[in-house]
Design a protein around this ligand. Structure first.
Ligand code: PLP
Length: 219
């Protein structure tokens, strides 16, 4: 399957899910997750018309996108993997959207870099909705304080992101994230991956992060 064939299929699933839930297609952004993909696949995705991409790691994001920025000024790059403090500088330099703020120390580092670089990327907080030990994301208990901190730091906080536990119904976690975002007046909801993006759209996702369904299995 080519990426453009996969993309048509995904787009038709997006439009069905939107129709089903009375939402506008333009309110849902497909974030193409290009982690572990080679240059050939990335260029194929660009040729298929994709411009919004997600990367898990800052370093890999730089190697995929730093040079391509010049050729594609309309790129929108999302950081969707955990962020370490020592990568905040590079993250602010590269990414337009940082989806994975999960603790105060990272918020503080990002705010410092935003000031230094005169940048203001859109920020989302990753919420560990399943309270899983091994998973990144702020706990439900610590979320209110982290939101306040981001706002105090003048980060451009716009939404929440989650990755539901693999062994639980995703829809429950999507609904929880939606409720939390509504409670704090945050408009963006990044949720849903290859296996469950249709459900996520029905619940209200504004950003779906799709890798495998678009690129095929990662090698
Ligand atoms: C890898 C990854 C995705 C994409 O997952 P697929 O199942 O391949 O669509 C989405 N979100 C995050 C945070 C990821 O790490």
């Amino acid at each position: 399957m080519t990426i453009s064939t996969n993309l048509s299929e995904i787009n038709s699933q997006i439009s069905k899910s939107c129709a089903h839930s009375g939402r506008k297609i333009s309110d849902v952004t497909l974030v193409a997750v290009s982690k572990f993909q080679d240059d050939g696949k990335i260029d194929e995705a660009l040729n298929a018309g994709l411009r919004v991409f997600g990367e898990n790691r800052v370093q890999e994001g730089m190697s995929h996108w730093e040079a391509r920025r010049a050729k594609y000024p309309d790129l929108q790059l999302h950081l969707i993997g955990p962020l370490q403090s020592n990568k905040a500088k590079d993250a602010v330099a590269l990414f337009d959207v940082i989806e994975t703020i999960d603790r105060e120390s990272i918020a503080i580092e990002l705010a410092k870099e935003c000031a230094k670089q005169h940048k203001n990327p859109v920020c989302l907080i990753q919420v560990n909705t399943g309270n899983e030990d091994q998973k990144a994301g702020v706990s439900l208990d610590d979320l209110p304080a982290l939101i306040t901190k981001c706002q105090d730091l003048k980060l451009n906080l716009q939404g929440l992101m989650c990755i539901p536990p693999v062994d639980e119904p995703a829809a429950f976690h999507f609904s929880l994230l939606k409720k939390l975002a509504a409670r704090y007046n945050l408009p963006l909801l990044s949720m849903g991956m290859s296996a469950d993006f249709e459900k996520a759209i029905k619940v209200g996702a504004t950003h779906i992060r799709v890798g495998t369904a678009l690129f095929g299995e990662r090698v």
